[in-house]
Write a protein that binds this ligand. Structure first.
Ligand code: NAD
Length: 478
């Protein structure tokens, strides 16, 4: 018996959760349920996190969380409970299988069976944003080596367990050479440990286009958080309906299972919603807790029901479907099929499908880190870079000199183009002269000089080399 935390959520949540639990219990799932309240009611009672402190205790104690979709009220500073849960519990891996069920569910892509493995904790979702000048705001994109190693290893271990042939990586490292570059580099390093699995890398733009057009060319795809968020919805939708896909959020200790869709409030309380997405989440949960036989039985019964043409409104198509049913009737049809296997769709076998045991992340020894310069960011309203260079040169120290100014990343001094559009947000790069060094006191001296010259510095970024290798981007055009 495994104790799990269950939240029935909002909108269609309670109906699809009741249907899901009824099916898995009928299939023999050995689970004991601890129910908690999350979502709209909790938000509207004044808790901006959408969850009470006691509920966190229950989730952390049970470690396994099956969650129905919740409604996040618009405005009012309400925080997304999904993002908070993933980060608080360290659920670094988001796994979303997206499979076509042709010819029983209408899709433009009859041969499609891909799994998107999305990094779940970092990237632009660190949510660290600042306005620095009248015209410019920034959002920090944080990519870490542990984050990359954990998710890429998860993708390869998942592929190995599921007998999948290829892992593809999507990044935009032709532009983001440091951040996406690290993700790609780690992918190449870890891929070498799995010679039996094919690996490839695509630049995300053409990769996404290819996936939407020819999904049969892909198998497992691993990617950073934002790309994975967008592309997993695309992938689910092109199999026929977002209502069909489930997702697993896996961490080293805890995990959360859900449907990928939201609470569809307009469909609530009418016995209309398709419980399949949450059921797929629950099947991943059963595999994760080692109840693989039950998971297999439920999945085969579900495939058989889809094959029989017993469909909820969202996937019902005249001529393809046989019977339009509500949430409850769909659940009863799946229960009636427990023990059956699909005849045309491929039945599943989950014999070796229990949770993946990944090694704990091992920190590497620290590299030799040297300060080699500093970028001083300046808020300055006039638009002539040459004028700014004259002004900023006044803050140079005996050995630390202005080497470049960029605006939104593009070099505008020296030798800028008059056509380049400039904002009020400038990066002034300072480097020590040949044969000399810069230290932190030198940076403070620069900043003190800037105060004396009435220059509005908004932030600094130190330039480092790691083991002798420059670890910062050049100015575009430099
Ligand atoms: P949604 O996914 O709830 O609904 C979009 C449309 O898809 C619905 O109108 C409905 O026609 C269809 N649909 C979705 N699930 C279905 C199902 N199981 N059966 C049949 N049809 C289904 O997206 P939305 O309308 O943008 O969001 C509604 C609310 O859900 C918002 O408050 C949003 O914040 C929240 N949301 C929650 C989660 C989550 O808890 N994981 C995820 C996404 C959105």
């Amino acid at each position: 018996m495994t104790k799990i935390t269950v939240a029935k959520g909002d909108g269609i949540g309670p109906e699809i959760m009741d249907a899901t639990l009824e099916i898995i219990k009928a299939a023999g799932a050995k689970i004991e349920i601890d129910e908690i309240e999350v979502g709209e009611k909790v938000y509207l009672a004044g808790n901006t996190a959408g969850i009470a402190a006691e509920s966190w205790d229950i989730i952390r104690r049970n470690k396994i969380f099956l969650k129905a979709p919740i409604t996040t009220p618009q405005g009012g500073g309400y925080k997304s409970l999904n993002v908070t849960t993933r980060k608080f519990l360290g659920l670094y891996s988001n796994v979303r299988p997206c499979m076509s069920l042709h010819p029983f569910i209408k899709t433009k892509h009859p041969i499609m069976d891909i799994v998107i493995v999305r990094e779940n904790e970092e990237d632009l979702y660190a949510g660290i944003e600042h306005q620095q000048t009248d015209e410019v705001v920034q959002c920090l994109k944080l990519i870490s080596r542990p984050g990359c190693e954990k998710i890429v290893r998860y993708a390869f271990e998942y592929a190995k367990q599921q007998n999948r042939k290829k892992v593809t990586c999507f990044t935009k490292d032709n532009i983001m050479k440091q951040s996406d570059g690290l993700f790609h580099q780690v992918f190449d390093e870890i891929a070498k440990e799995y010679p039996e699995i094919e690996n490839e890398h695509w630049i995300i733009d053409i990769g996404a286009a290819k996936m939407a057009d020819t999904p049969e060319a892909f198998d497992v795809i691993v990617m950073p958080n934002l790309y994975g968020d967008v592309l997993s919805d695309v992938a689910a939708q092109i199999t026929g309906s977002v209502g069909l896909a489930g997702s697993a959020n896996i961490g080293e200790e805890c995990s959360m299972f859900e449907a990928i869709h939201g609470s569809a409030p307009r469909r609530a309380g009418q016995n209309l919603a398709n419980p399949s997405g949450l059921l797929q989440g629950a099947i991943m949960m059963l595999n994760h807790i080692g109840q693989t036989e039950v998971a297999e039985k439920v999945q085969n019964a579900w495939l058989k029901t889809i094959e029989e043409g017993i469909h909820t409104y969202d996937i019902y198509k005249e001529g393809v479907s046989k019977q339009k049913v509500g949430t409850k009737e769909f659940a009863q049809a799946v229960i009636a099929n427990l023990g059956n296997k699909p005849a045309i769709l491929k039945s599943v076998s989950y014999a070796n499908n229990s949770s993946l045991n990944l090694p704990k992340y091992k920190r590497r020894p620290a590299a030799k880190k040297d300060l080699v310069g500093v970028d001083v960011f300046v808020h300055w309203g006039s638009l002539d870079p040459n004028e700014l260079a004259e002004k900023v040169k006044k803050i140079e120290t005996a050995n630390v000199k202005l080497s470049m100014i960029t605006n939104r990343g593009i070099k505008v001094w020296p030798d800028g183009f008059k056509e380049t559009f400039c904002t009020d947000h400038w990066r002034c790069r300072f480097k020590p002269t040949e044969g000399t060094e810069i230290n932190k006191a030198g940076i403070i001296e620069l900043l003190q000089n800037a105060i004396n010259e009435n220059i509005d510095t908004i932030k600094t970024e130190n330039l480092y080399s790691f083991d002798g290798k420059a670890a910062y981007s050049l100015g575009q055009g430099q």
